[in-house]
Design a protein around this ligand. Structure first.
Ligand code: NAD
Length: 359
């Protein structure tokens, strides 16, 4: 195949500094090494009750000053303040989060006020551990922001910790990672570096997720998915939010829909809408090893039996028009094609009912 050389390259890329320690069955050793390296003496471990067993195993080689398990999805402000108080009362010098995006999010809420470093040990494929994005919820309104103080100093990946994540949630969470990759292709700060990371993320997730479905207790698929999830988050935090993330942010915030499933359901509709106008669609197709980007994602979703309809996850049809109205002002200028209110309503209607997008 002949390599395509495009016009001159001009871009301004920032790479965030973070250590990644990756290895199955090594989290406890890697955490002890990081606590040593950071000379931490007062460690606060944050993990939800459902993540407690994982946290116990991972912290077996370190001294813990306090365990904090009051973790709630989307980081309500009162929970953030409670965790900040606990950290201050115990004279904490290192935060260790062990869990999914909600747990990482709570550690970030503490770090953003205190400047404390975080060692993140993720147990899902959400990717929050590799971003400098925080989120807080107050009175049902979710606010997000960017602050380098919340970027974990170190991420410790151990695929063994994800074996207990149920297959359906693994798939939805992995497709959340896939959404980071695909959206990064046309996000406002998309550039050759974050697109390269996103393409490799698509390849890794497209290989890893079917392996998880086929063999949920096998480590090979879980390792590929974690690797892909990391790449997806690095690409996303660098490239910024594209159309897909703007839609999901509105849906999650306004109608309290589950994060990973919402991303998994909306993604094929955004891809079907943008692909005909996006030069990057070819690259997405190549990363899937498919004839087209849409076919690549569709084939993967069929193999995974991925979630299909927002109506099955709590969205009411009456909210479609309002959601389109809320998304419209947030549509990024970088989107490969113009987006009208009618386009958004069509897209949301298809995602709501689970029918294929006819764009
Ligand atoms: P989650 O953290 O809410 O976890 C979902 C459920 O799975 C929870 O009950 C959790 O305790 C459980 N769980 C986690 N790991 C498990 C494991 N290995 N085994 C068994 N159960 C396990 O869900 P999520 O999808 O990981 O994260 C979603 C949240 O993360 C949202 O609030 C989202 O906004 C945020 N997020 C933030 C960023 C960012 O950059 N700031 C990026 C992605 C997601």
């Amino acid at each position: 195949m002949k390599a395509m050389i495009s016009m001159s390259m001009v871009f301004d890329h920032v790479t965030l500094g973070q250590r990644v320690r990756f290895g199955s069955d090594r989290a406890a050793d890697n955490l002890a090494a990081e606590v040593d390296r950071l000379r931490a003496e007062r460690v606060m471990v944050i993990a939800a009750p459902s993540e407690a067993a994982l946290a116990e195993a991972v912290t077996s080689h370190i001294d813990v000053a306090v365990h904090h398990d009051d973790v709630v999805a989307h980081v309500p402000l009162d929970k953030a303040e409670k965790a900040r108080t606990v950290a201050a009362e115990h004279g904490i010098d290192l935060l260790v989060s062990i869990g999914g995006g909600s747990t990482t999010g709570l550690a970030k809420a503490v770090a953003m006020n205190s400047g404390l470093p975080i060692v993140a040990v993720p147990t899902t494929y959400a990717g929050s551990e590799a971003t400098n994005v925080w989120g807080l919820t107050e009175a049902s309104r979710k606010t997000t922001g960017v602050d380098d103080a919340v970027l974990p100093t170190t991420v410790i990946y151990d695929a063994k910790l994800t074996l207990s994540l149920p297959v359906e949630l693994s798939i939805a969470s992995g497709l959340n990672g896939m959404a980071h990759c695909i959206d990064a292709m046309w996000s406002p700060r998309a550039d050759p570096i974050n697109r390269a990371l996103a393409a490799e993320g698509i390849r890794a997730l497209a290989g890893g997720l079917p392996a998880i479905k086929h063999d949920p207790q096998g480590l090979a698929g879980r390792e590929q998915a974690l690797y892909g999830a990391y790449l997806s988050a690095v690409a996303f935090t660098s490239a910024g939010s594209g159309l897909h993330h703007k839609i999901c942010h509105v849906l999650g915030g306004a109608y309290d829909l589950p994060h990973a499933q919402t991303h998994a359901i909306v993604l094929p509709h955004v891809l079907a809408f943008n692909a005909p106008a996006a030069p990057e669609a070819e690259r997405i197709a190549a990363a899937f090893g498919a004839d087209s980007a849409v076919a690549g994602l569709q084939t993967l979703r069929c193999a995974l039996d991925a979630p299909r309809a927002l109506r099955e996850h709590g969205m009411a049809a009456e909210n479609i028009a309002e959601a389109a109205e809320l998304v419209l002002p947030a549509v990024p200028e970088s989107n490969p094609r113009p987006v009208t209110r009618a386009d958004l309503e069509n897209l949301l209607r298809a995602a709501h009912s689970g029918t294929d997008s006819a764009q």
